[in-house]
Design a binder for this molecule. Structure first.
Ligand code: PEP
Ligand code: MN
Length: 366
């Protein structure tokens, strides 16, 4: 596949696509654009959702076609390139009619091959850049499949937007980043443009800088961030939007561009891989510690029945001695091993003490 860049890749700064989550009123769209234009900050594209696929009904579902005229006005008045989300044939036709500069496919569309195919079919014979957000679920193949469907329709200027993945239960993110997925996709399409949509990953304003910086450290090309002239009163995603001024002062100006190079994707993939292995080992260690405590509890039960003291000095010396012998060739310092073992031993004593004193947990030990 010969995927081309959807927009130019600047040399020494991140790409910035910004604008409100949704176009709400003409005034709000124009005011946001004006505030962005007044800043000394490049805006590579102005975004606004016209049709909003909301998870549950009842919230603002987008202003519809009328909003496209406002986007066009932003393009004419401020010279910004404009982009919006499309999810079906009609959206594509309407957006193309007003002359948007790029389209993006949202997470709730990427997840559905029927919808992606419909958009792809509507784009046959059209030459326009398309950004593809990751699907809402952490499925690399679905994301890859969407790229292939759009590419097979004849679109070759394709970019990716990483907006995180939904997960049941509480996390600090609105959508967890699962960095290994976009990194893996970059291995399939090495030179493809990758942006981070930190707004939808964070779901709040506080972590936008950190997530954007992590993405740049992973060699992403830039950011898509929601900005709004009056974020607190936005009709959608009010918690995560920032004012244009905050966007510049608190995020864009603070981002650091680190040294880049062809090997970076490989480098980060390897790091990620090693981290996953560390996580697996930690999990195993904790499981083993749990197993050890169960055995210690059984000993505690036995000591109780036979009225033997919990602490047996000889036994403790024996444990330490054996551990040192094993630790030396593994390059683990005696001091470290002795500290770890003391902590483990203390925990065993606590468990056994509880049994000796016959608390509930102790009674359960058979
Ligand atoms: C958006 O960009 O406002 C949006 C709806 O994003 P996503 O498709 O990532 O949820
Ligand atoms: Mn949004």
């Amino acid at each position: 596949m010969d995927i081309k860049l959807p927009i130019e890749r600047p040399k020494n700064r991140p790409i910035v696509i910004t604008g409100p989550c949704s176009a709400e009123t003409e005034e709000q769209v124009m005011k946001t654009a004006q505030m962005l234009a007044d800043l000394d900050m490049p805006v590579d594209m102005f975004r606004a959702g016209i049709w909003k696929p909301r998870t549950r009904p009842g919230s603002f579902e987008g202003i519809g076609f009328e909003g496209l005229k406002w986007l066009k006005k932003v393009k004419d008045n401020f010279g910004f390139k404009i982009t919006t989300e499309v999810a079906n044939t009609q959206h594509v036709f309407e957006a193309l009619k007003v002359g948007v500069d790029a389209l993006w496919i949202g997470a709730r569309t990427t997840v559905n091959p029927f919808s992606v195919q419909e958009v792809a079919d509507a784009l046959k014979g059209v030459d326009i850049p398309v950004f593809i957000k990751n699907p809402i679920n952490p499925d690399l193949q679905l994301w890859k499949g969407a790229v292939e469907r759009i590419y097979n329709a004849g679109i070759n200027r394709i970019g990716l937007i990483h907006r995180g993945f939904s997960k049941f239960g509480n996390t600090i993110y609105r959508n967890v980043p699962e960095w290994q997925i976009p990194i893996e996709l970059k291995r399939t399409f090495p030179d493809i443009m990758m942006l981070v949509d930190a707004s939808h990953i964070c779901g709040n304003r506080e972590n936008l800088l950190e997530i954007s910086q992590t993405a740049l450290d992973l060699n992403y090309d830039g950011v898509m961030l929601e900005s709004h002239c009056d974020p607190a009163n936005a009709w959608s995603d009010a918690k995560q939007q920032v004012s244009p001024f905050q966007l510049k002062e608190e995020i864009i100006d603070r981002l650091q561009i680190r040294k880049t190079g062809a090997g970076d994707v490989e480098f980060h993939h390897n790091i990620e891989d090693l981290r996953l292995r560390i996580d697996a080992i930690d999990k195993e260690i904790i499981q083993m510690l749990g197993n050890r405590m169960k055995v210690a509890e059984k000993i505690g039960q036995y000591k109780k029945q036979n009225n033997i003291a919990v602490l047996q000095a000889d036994r403790w010396n024996e444990i330490i001695e054996k551990a040192m012998k094993q630790a030396n060739p593994l390059n683990l310092s005696e001091e470290f091993i002795s500290r770890v073992l003391k902590a483990i031993h203390q925990e065993s004593i606590n468990h056994q003490e509880r049994i000796m004193q016959g608390d509930k947990k102790g009674e359960q030990v058979k």
